[in-house]
Structure formats: structure tokens, C-alpha cells
Design a protein around this ligand. Structure first.
Ligand SMILES: *Cc1c(COP(=O)(O)O)cnc(C)c1O
Length: 467
């Protein structure tokens, strides 16, 4: 059991992060091949590990402790907006007429509008403690950039954000919000970095991708002193910070006498999925309950359902360490769907290893279905989910509908990772049925995966030379 701090309203916040690496040490191993020449841009091979303070490196790697203590200062800051609500979606159940009890956890009530703040605050804390003065990052839909801008403000750090061009033009308010907290924002691909200038040749319309934005941020981070690259998702320490979501939800559902059979979350690089789901896997084992985690990805960026499990890089410049993961290739430019947070070509290496072992399920949902589910949720529950989170709603609805009327009711928890107040144009398009289909054809995926296969063939060659 997690120890909980009692709040004035009698509500509890976990005092520890749930270290899932303790439960699954077999997926913690960073099996990074030793020496390979990188596939794109001939960029330097630099690891981002030395970029991180030891505390974060430990959180990303240690399999020894079942929990990591949350520092007191962070507990104070988490208390600004945690615990977050857990509610039953009764109106939605009735609307759908399903034989299921649908619960949702809602992470959209903080200033960043999403779960991203859980990790942004923690990272800013550890970097500030390590003497870092500026954090630089890439952001897709802007939630991570907003979260980091606010967290930097709290700890007196400067903040620079490269935001994916397509998303920035869809949501200019996100830029305003980041600037409100003092951040410098660049539209990516930008012309302030080599990586950006190179990407612009390939992508003159500045659609952009998280791989490019990340590459730009890394270039800046490597060029300065006391400036570091902060990562919004995918890494184990980020998933760890997000376990607050699952740990709280276990207690909240427990108070209602419930334990879910399904926990559903959308899948970008895996931080809200892992954050809500991994503590439940531990609880299910302890309580000997059946539980399945379900990751919902956009059909436009289907790394789990149509990608490959292979070595790849996270950023377009090729400066990040190589990970084995489910990927569509770092060259993949996903259609500019509104769920910008799910447009990333890869996934967390930990979750990828788990998925390769069939440790959870995945489904892909086309954009019109996801936003339709989001609208239905808004009409029934009075909460407008982020387009990303709407994927989780669509997944939960699918699972609820599958359950026959004469079976026991299915208990499903979905994570609403953020709000959609900056995505009204997306919902407008959904409401008026003017969204394009966004499913990539095989040729498009094959072309992108060709780079991944070539890259992996080269790794194989170099490792066979070594042995
Ligand atoms: C960033 C984001 C996501 C996707 O990122 P994960 O790391 O996979 O959670 C999902 N929902 C919202 C609201 C986001 O901001």
C-alpha cells in the first residue's frame, strides 16, 4: 500500500511514486547497441543521459525499490491540483445503453490542461537543484510546453520551447500561454537551428514532427552551459512521475468498492498510459484480480498496431540514444491530426518491451471516431476531453459495447489526460463532419519503415563484426 498524506479536505495524495521497474526488471534493461553510425543527417552521437541529474537517471533505471519517495516541496506543489477527480460517467453509460460501469480520472484541471504537469514540476525541481538555469524542449500539441513553462516559472528557470508547426497553427493560444509564463517559443521546423533548417528543406510547409522539434531542442541544449533538454514523455522517469494518476485512482475506486477489469488510456509515447495503468497492474497482482490495460492510438500514427519492434531514434537529428521500441520510423511525418500529442513516431522502450510480451492490448482509432467519442463525452459528462484523451473515450466505449447484456457489467476506467478547450476547431470539424480520413496507406508506412529496417540491418552487421 502507498502511504498517503491526508489533506485538509480529507482527500489523499500519494507520497511515493510507484516504481514499475521493480515489478518488471526484465523490461528495464537499456539494450542499446554499442557503436552504430546513425541513419539520418550524419549527426553526432550524443547521449542525453549526461543531460540529466542523477536523481532522474536513478528514477529511470533503478529496479531496486518498489517506490520512490516524493520530495516534500513537490508534494506541496502537487497539492495545488491533486488529487484529481475520479468520477463515474453515468450519463454516458445511459446514453450508450451499455452493460458496463464507466469511470474516468480527469487530469485536465491544472494550468497546463493535462497530466504533463506531474512530470514537468518534478523535472524542474530536480534540474533546479542540480544548478541548471534553463530548460529547453520540444512539444507537440503544446501541453508539455505549457506544463514546462509553468514549472520553470515556479523554480526560476528560463524555458525555451520548440513547438510542432502544424499544432502551433491549430492552437496559437498555446503559444500565448507559454509566453505568459515567460517561455520563448519557436515554430518547428524553425530557422534557429541546423536541425530545423535541414528539416525545412524536406518540409517547407512547416507541418513538423515531434522528432524534429526534439532535435532542435537538443541542438540548443548541447550548445550551452547550464541548459538542459527536458523530455515530456517516453522515458521511465516521466512514466514514474505519472504513476500518481494510477495510485490515486486505485484508492478512489477502492473507496467505491470497485476494481476495474480494463484501464484505458491514449498512447503517445506512453506517459499517461503507463502512469494510470502500471500501478493497477501491481495492485491487480497483489489482489489477484484480472485486469487488462488497453492503449488507444490514433489510426494516423499506429506504431503499436502497424509499426515494428526495432531499434530507432527519438529525434530527427539522431542525437538521442537508440532505443528498441515500437516505431514507425523517425522519418515518419504523421498526418496533421488534432491529437498532436499522439503524433509521435515511437513509444516508451519499457512499454514496448511489455507490449512485445503481450503485457497489454492496443487498438487504433481514426480521428473522426475519436472526436465523435469526445463530443459524446462532453454532451453527457460536461467535460470536453483533449482530442488525445478522446481516443481513450472511444476505446472505452468500444470495450463497453462488446460486453453482452447478460454478462456481469464490465468495470472500465478511462484516463481523461487533458481538456480540449484549445481544440474547439477540431470539435467544430467533428460536429460538422468535415474531418478528413487520416489513415496512412501501406506505401507511406513502408517507405518510412524502410529506413528503420536499413538502420537495424546496419546494427546487426556491426554487432556481428564485434562478436
Ligand atoms: C501529451 C499528451 C498525451 C500523449 O502523451 P503520453 O505521454 O502518451 O501520455 C495525451 N494526452 C494529452 C492531453 C497530452 O497532453
Amino acid at each position: 500500500m502507498t502511504t498517503m498524506s491526508r489533506h485538509s479536505q480529507g482527500i489523499s495524495i500519494p507520497k511515493q511514486w510507484c516504481n514499475f521497474l521493480f515489478d518488471y526488471p526484465q523490461y528495464a534493461v537499456h539494450d542499446v547497441p554499442k557503436e552504430v553510425s546513425l541513419p539520418s543527417n550524419g549527426a553526432r552521437k550524443v547521449s542525453i543521459v549526461p543531460q540529466q541529474p542523477l536523481s532522474l537517471v536513478t528514477q529511470s533505471n533503478s529496479t531496486r525499490e518498489p517506490y520512490h519517495e516524493i520530495p516534500e516541496r513537490l508534494l506541496e506543489l502537487y497539492a495545488q491540483y491533486r488529487p484529481t477527480p475520479l468520477r463515474r460517467a453515468r450519463q454516458l453509460e445511459q446514453r450508450l445503453g451499455v452493460n458496463a460501469r464507466l469511470y474516468y480520472k480527469y487530469e485536465g484541471l491544472n494550468v497546463s490542461g493535462s497530466h504533463k504537469l506531474n512530470s514537468a514540476i518534478a523535472q524542474a525541481y530536480y534540474y533546479a537543484k542540480a544548478g541548471v538555469e534553463e530548460l529547453v524542449t520540444g512539444t507537440g500539441a503544446g501541453q508539455w510546453g505549457t506544463a514546462l513553462a509553468y514549472a520553470c516559472k515556479l523554480f526560476g528557470l528560463r524555458c525555451t520551447v520548440f513547438m510542432v508547426g502544424a499544432s502551433l497553427r491549430q492552437k496559437p493560444q498555446r503559444r500565448a500561454m507559454m509566453e505568459l509564463f515567460g517561455a520563448t517559443v519557436h515554430e518547428s521546423p524553425s530557422d534557429v537551428t541546423d536541425v530545423g533548417r535541414k528539416a525545412l528543406q524536406r518540409d517547407p510547409g512547416r507541418i513538423g514532427s515531434l522528432a524534429t522539434a526534439t532535435g532542435e531542442a537538443l541542438e540548443i541544449a548541447h550548445g550551452g552551459k547550464r541548459i538542459r533538454f527536458a523530455v515530456g514523455s517516453g522515458e521511465n522517469c516521466v512514466l514514474l512521475h505519472q504513476t500518481l494518476i494510477g495510485s490515486e485512482a486505485i484508492e478512489q475506486l477502492g473507496a467505491l468498492g470497485e476494481f476495474p477489469e480494463y484501464v484505458v488510456a491514449c498512447m503517445g509515447a506512453g506517459s499517461n498510459f503507463g502512469g494510470v495503468g502500471l500501478p493497477f497492474l501491481r495492485a491487480a497482482r497483489e489482489r489477484q484480480r484480472q485486469l487488462r490495460l488497453v492503449a488507444v492510438e490514433p489510426a494516423a500514427c499506429p506504431k503499436l498496431t502497424r509499426g515494428v519492434y526495432a531499434y530507432d531514434i527519438n529525434d530527427f537529428s539522431g542525437t538521442t540514444p537508440i532505443h528498441r521500441m515500437y516505431t514507425l520510423g523517425s522519418h515518419y511525418i504523421a498526418p496533421p491530426i488534432f491529437a498532436g500529442g499522439l503524433r509521435y513516431h515511437g513509444t516508451s522502450s519499457f512499454l514496448s518491451a511489455m507490449y512485445a510480451d503481450k503485457g497489454f492490448d492496443a487498438l487504433a482509432v481514426p480521428q473522426p471516431d475519436a472526436l465523435g467519442a469526445g463530443l459524446l463525452f462532453a454532451e453527457s459528462e460536461g467535460i470536453l476531453p483533449a482530442p488525445e484523451s478522446a481516443h481513450a473515450v472511444a476505446g472505452a466505449i468500444r470495450l463497453a459495447r462488446e460486453n453482452p447484456a447478460d454478462a456481469p457489467p464490465r468495470v472500465i476506467l478511462m484516463n481523461i489526460s487533458g481538456h480540449g478547450f484549445f481544440d474547439l476547431s477540431a470539435y467544430e470539424r467533428a460536429r460538422t463532419n468535415t474531418l478528413e480520413s487520416d489513415i496512412p496507406d501501406d506505401a507511406m508506412l513502408t517507405e518510412s519503415l524502410r529506413h528503420v529496417h536499413e538502420f537495424n540491418a546496419r546494427i546487426e552487421q556491426s554487432s556481428s563484426r564485434e562478436s
